[in-house]
Write a protein that binds this ligand. Structure first.
Ligand SMILES: C[S@@+](CC[C@H](N)C(=O)[O-])C[C@H]1O[C@@H](n2cnc3c(N)ncnc32)[C@H](O)[C@@H]1O
Length: 206
């Protein structure tokens, strides 16, 4: 609770308390495995800040890789059709994500953590040559079905057995294509994503 209260800045962030509970649970358990931590889709860094504060991450012999364009969706991977229930959501979200000075804001937010690496660029392209070989914790929160599928294609084999993959928007009707992308990938690997009451999806690497 201390990590959550220390990071929270808005009522919207406060509403994500249970989702943070899932993430801190996954992150704490991931420490029993070998491997680094990855988040695809960082925005202002709220959720990852709660995780690093909760784990006192600076003291850990791990690296947390944070991937985002810090300028919103890439037209190569995203379009309004990704949001089937409300095509206007694309423009609304794009405006919010393309917040001026965002990369600098996030850099400042994690300045206390020398083992947090911020990688600016389009996922999955930015994963090439930067992603860690072994991953114990992977948070997928791009709001982009194509980019999320491509991130899974690139990263899944690097997730160690028993490693935790959490999809932020898996169960919400608004984000149906994200569920289809995650399920399509999981099925191709003989696995299944667990839908949580928070709307998140959980996949444990077998
Ligand atoms: C829902 S927000 C992430 C929220 C974040 N996890 C938090 O703690 O608040 C989605 C983010 O994904 C980023 N994004 C979307 N598509 C992307 C892509 N293909 N490559 C990199 N970043 C992308 C957006 O810029 C946006 O910041």
């Amino acid at each position: 609770m201390t990590a959550f209260n220390g990071a929270v800045r808005t009522a919207e962030e406060k509403s994500r308390a249970w989702r943070l509970h899932t993430l801190t649970w996954a992150a704490e358990n991931a420490l029993r495995l070998e491997g680094d931590f990855v988040e695809c889709g960082v925005f202002e860094g709220f959720m990852s800040q709660v995780v690093v504060d909760y784990l006192d991450f600076a003291k850990l012999p791990r690296t947390f890789f944070l991937y985002d364009t810090f300028a919103g969706f890439s037209p190569r991977y995203s379009s309004p059709a990704d949001f089937v229930a409300d095509w206007n959501f694309y423009d609304f979200a794009q405006k919010a994500y393309a917040k001026p000075g965002l990369a600098a804001e996030v850099t400042a937010r994690f300045a206390r953590y020398p083992n947090v690496r911020i990688i600016e660029g389009v996922v999955p392209d930015s994963l090439v040559g930067t992603a860690p070989d072994r991953i114990a914790y992977l948070h997928v929160d791009l709001n982009s079905p194509k980019a999320e599928r491509a991130a899974l294609d690139a990263l899944y084999d690097r997730v160690v057995p028993g490693g935790y993959i959490v999809f932020d928007d898996y169960g919400w009707e608004q984000y149906g294509p994200q569920m289809e992308a995650a399920d399509g990938f999981a099925t191709s690997r003989g696995a299944a994503v667990l839908e949580l009451p928070t709307g998140q999806g959980l996949l444990i690497r077998s």
